[in-house]
Structure formats: structure tokens, C-alpha cells
Design a protein around this ligand. Sequence first.
Ligand code: C6P
Length: 402
Amino acid sequence: MNIEEIRQEFPILEREVDGKPLVYFDNAATSQTPLCVVNAITEMYNCHKANVHRGVHTLSQEATDRVEASREKVRAFINAASVQEVIFTRGTTEGINLVASSMGEKIFNGDEIIVTQMEHHSNIVPWQLLGQRKRIRLIVVPVKEDGTLDIEAYEDLFSDSTRFVAISHMSNVLGTVNPVKQMIEIAHAHDVPVLVDGAQAAPHMPVDVQDLDCDFYAFSAHKMYGPTGVGVLYGKKKWLERMTPYQGGGEMISTVSFKNTTWADLPFKFEAGTPDFVGIAALGTAIDYIQSLGMDNIASREQELLEYATARLQEIDGLRIYGTAPHKGAVISFLVNDINSYDMGLLLDKLGFAVRTGHHCAQPLMERYGVTGMIRASFSFYNTHDEIDRFAQAVQRVSAMF
Ligand code: C6P
């Protein structure tokens, strides 16, 4: 990978904050966007903006072709069996809400749903909302001190009442990459379907939904160098066919009358209303971009950055890293002594470093570690060893100020 060349694709990395060069270490919240993706958005607005799947006119055909080409790129990217299994959403959050709402119809009073202690709020609250409509219980897989899941406990949590499992592929706080393939196998042995929250995994490692054998897989375009406001929900056809639509409106129907409405074929049954067709087309370009770099190259570059940053930060007195799992993505959450994460984040920002602070939308996990927040540095392939060196110095300098 030629990092100098790659960085030129991301003009934002050249900007300054408070007169200091920006060091962007908040990639797990949202990644930056390469020029090719920005150009794809501009081209859609300048040349092909028309509503999709509706018009016979040329512009509408062009926009539709671009959206459907993007769907095929997503299908290939995650190795889904069919484009009918690829639903465009607004993001991971909407994908999980869709499943909780539509699969929720098959979950009844007294049933149980297994989640983990490291879930993002997006994979907790939709199930709790379902729980308000039906008396279902969330059963929680504990996280061990090093940030790995207690898989033995997971196996023991299954009962005759278990109806669904919802787990993250990679934790946005600890970086832990969970053994989802093994967890899915265990769930399927109990005849229980599994949703995988892939928000943090899809941008950083190869994902093969057929090999994982997951029933649902949700992720967001904005974390994978794509546009904001677009996401993907993969669902196995056998489930999608049985589920009722999440929302009603244009394009998700076959026929409508005041007596009876019938649904469109998959995947359109789950895509009510005008989609973000500009963003969806640009997601296709983001996938082309990622593929041109190579997912394996991305993963190994980020592993190298993770190892280097871990070693540099561990040199700092009083610094504790949360999440030291052997299989981990390029995310480091930490605290120094009892310094408040927010206070430290503000000072780091003054020095040009963009990191995330606070509970990271994972309050139950914060509670697990007995803290209210952490500082998180999350890396992308375009980050450099020099940025990490400067970051380690800045953390040391800021810590000394408290
Ligand atoms: N995590 C972070 O800074 P949306 O907002 O729908 O694109 O993604 C939600 C989501 C779901 N699951 C996981 C594991 C996530 O990390 C996120 C988003 C960001 O960690 C913003 S809170």
C-alpha cells in the first residue's frame, strides 16, 4: 500500500484544527470519504438524478441501473447468494430495527433473546422496544476481563424459550472480533436464527455471509468510506419471505386496493419510499475503492497500526487499555489514571487529535468495567506510524497536565 498516494484521495486529512495538523483517529464513528466516492455523488446529482424504479425516461433508467449495480456489488462484497437478500437501509441501526420489528412478529410472550454485554445500543434498544410490546426477556452473554465473550456461558444460556440471537461481529469499544461463525453454529443447533451487527467488521475484514451462515447481517456505508445515510441489511431469503414489511409506502407493493394490498418481490418489499439512490450508487463506488486496495491488505495494514499503537500507548504510566482480546480490530479504548475521558478528549482536540470520548453508545459495557466513559482511538489504513507517535506524545503531555 502506498499510504502517501492513498492519503491524497482524502483531502480532509490535509486540514488543520486550531492551527495543528488534523490526526483523525475516530474512524470507528465514521470513516473519511475518498475523492472517487465524492465524485460519484456529484456525478449522480449533475447527470443522473431521477427517482428510481419508477420512470421510463432515460434519467430514471440510469439512476435505477446505478442502484441495482450497487446492489450487485454489495452482494459480491459479502458473498450473499442473491441480490434479493440485499436490502438498502439508512444504516446498521435501521437494519436491526427492521429485523426486531418484522421478526418480532414471530417472538412471543415469555420468549428470550440472547445478546451480549458488549452490544452497541443499536443492538439492545430495538429488542427492548419489542419487549415493551411483548413480555420477552433479554439474556446477556458476559464479557470477560480481557474483552472476550464467555462462550461457555453463551452455550449455557440457551433454553427452550430462546427465539433469537443478536450479536456484534466486532465491538466498537473493545475491538474484540467475536467468534460469530462458532456462535451461529451453536444457535442453529438450537434452531435459533442469528443477526450479526457488522457495523465495525464490514469495513475492516472480509465478510462472507454464506460461510458465516448468519441469518441477518447489518452494516453502514459511512463507516466503510461511503456516503452517510445508507446501510445494508443482508437477510436469508427464507426469513425475508416469511417476514411482513417493516414500513409501508411506494415501491414495496405489488397491488394496492382498499380491501387488500400485496407485497412486491424481494428485496423491494423492505424498501418503502424513495431510497437514498445517490448514496446507494456512491456506496458501489466505495466498494470498488475498498476492493481496489484489497480487503486482506486493509486488514493487515490496520493490524500493524493496532500493534504499533498498543505498544506506544502501553509505555505511558497509568494508562489502561480496555480490550486486549487476541483477535481484535484496530480500536484502542483507554483511560489514564482517573482522568475524565471528556476532559482529555477536549485537550487532545486542541492539539489536533480527533478521538471519541464517553460511553460510545455502550453503557452496559461501561458498567461492566465500572467506568462512565473511555477515550477511543480507532484507526484506518490511511493513518500512519508518525501520527501514532505524535498521539502517544500528546496523551503523555495531556496526562501530565492533570
Ligand atoms: N458506532 C461509534 O462511534 P449507525 O449509527 O446506524 O451507522 O451504526 C450504529 C452502530 C451499530 N453497531 C455498532 C457496533 C456500532 O459501532 C455502531 C455505530 C459508532 O462507535 C457511532 S455510535
